[in-house]
Design a protein around this ligand. Structure first.
Ligand code: C2E
Ligand code: MG
Ligand code: MG
Ligand code: MG
Length: 279
């Protein structure tokens, strides 16, 4: 009895696994065609200087509209990384972002800096040449480009990373360390690598201004950054109380739903043109 039950269980799982595997395969194939089918779209989330509330930049966040659904980057970016599709996809995001930025400049819109997320896998492969060539043919100024990298990207090959970052610095590109504090953070990396900006992860902003741990962590990060001459930006700012805390502790910039969600192009353009109209 036990044997036959075990066996049917096994078949049940086997079948479920096949279902899962084939769903995944389907999604993988759809992902590979997403660019040519026009299903990928850049969204833009504004970033502001704390104190003056001036628009200081924006972060490009990728959206995938597929089969009448919006698939989260939390789902498809890992899939793209596992399949290697992140290379063409990441290049496309960079191209689109820089092309759009150059267009804004041409139209006389005061373009804030544009931050683009880069995954660890991209950071290892001919990435410098890709960025350099995209900047050249789009004409987007390197000093308006921010690359957001994570700690895992920096860690994967320390000496190559050091070299890459030095090359980017020579081009005038800024490097922001994304999700700071959530990875295998080592303060030694802050000293070793030439970074421009720390992005404090929203996990720590969440509990402000009441949670004692979040207060300790956020104020320490701001303190270390200031002493190392790094710019700071807080992500995931949702309330005025969080904003006031960050202001009091000297954070440089903020980004979050309190100001705006990530917006599709037309809405973001409305937002920046009204910011440009402000006296
Ligand atoms: P991230 O780079 O840390 O981006 C910030 C995420 O926080 C975004 O999620 C944004 O929509 C969300 N967010 C911003 N403000 C708030 C807020 O006030 N409250 C809350 N709850 N969330 C807020 P999103 O757009 O879903 O992106 C998730 C992650 O996917 C990004 O995290 C990034 O790691 C990755 N990603 C997105 N686009 C790209 C891309 O083009 N390339 C790569 N490699 N990764 C990307
Ligand atoms: Mg980011
Ligand atoms: Mg982040
Ligand atoms: Mg994140």
């Amino acid at each position: 009895h036990a044997k036959s039950r075990g066996r049917s269980n096994y078949q049940f799982y086997d079948c479920k696994m096949n279902e899962k595997a084939s769903a995944r395969l389907k999604l993988e194939n759809a992902l590979r065609q997403a660019i040519e089918k026009g299903e990928m779209q850049l969204y833009y989330q504004p970033q502001y200087k704390l104190g003056t509330n001036e628009l200081s930049g924006c972060e490009v966040l990728l959206r995938w509209f597929h089969g009448g659904e919006l698939i989260s980057p939390e789902v498809f970016i890992p899939l793209a990384e596992e399949t290697g599709f992140i290379l063409p996809l990441g290049k496309w995001v960079l191209e689109e972002g820089c092309r759009q930025g150059a267009e804004w400049l041409e139209e006389g819109v005061n373009v804030p800096s544009i931050a683009i997320n880069v995954s660890a896998f991209q950071f290892r492969q001919e990435f410098y040449r890709t960025v350099d060539s995209v900047l050249r043919h789009t004409g987007f100024p390197p000093d308006l480009l921010v690359l957001e990298v994570t700690e895992s990207a920096l860690m994967s090959d320390v000496s190559r990373t050091e070299f890459l970052l030095t090359q980017f610095r020579e081009l005038g590109i800024q490097i922001a360390l994304d999700d700071f504090g959530t990875g295998y953070s080592s303060l030694a990396y802050l000293k070793k690598f030439s970074l421009d900006k720390l992005k404090i992860d929203r996990a720590f902003i969440d509990g402000l201004p009441d949670d004692q741990d979040d207060i300790a962590i956020t104020s320490s990060i701001l303190d270390v950054a200031k002493h190392l001459g790094l710019e700071t930006i807080a992500e995931g700012v949702e309330t005025e109380a969080q904003l006031n805390f960050l202001k009091a502790y000297g954070c440089d910039q903020v980004q979050g739903f309190y100001f705006s969600k990530p917006l599709p192009l037309n809405e973001f353009e409305l937002l920046i043109s009204s910011a440009n109209d402000r006296p």
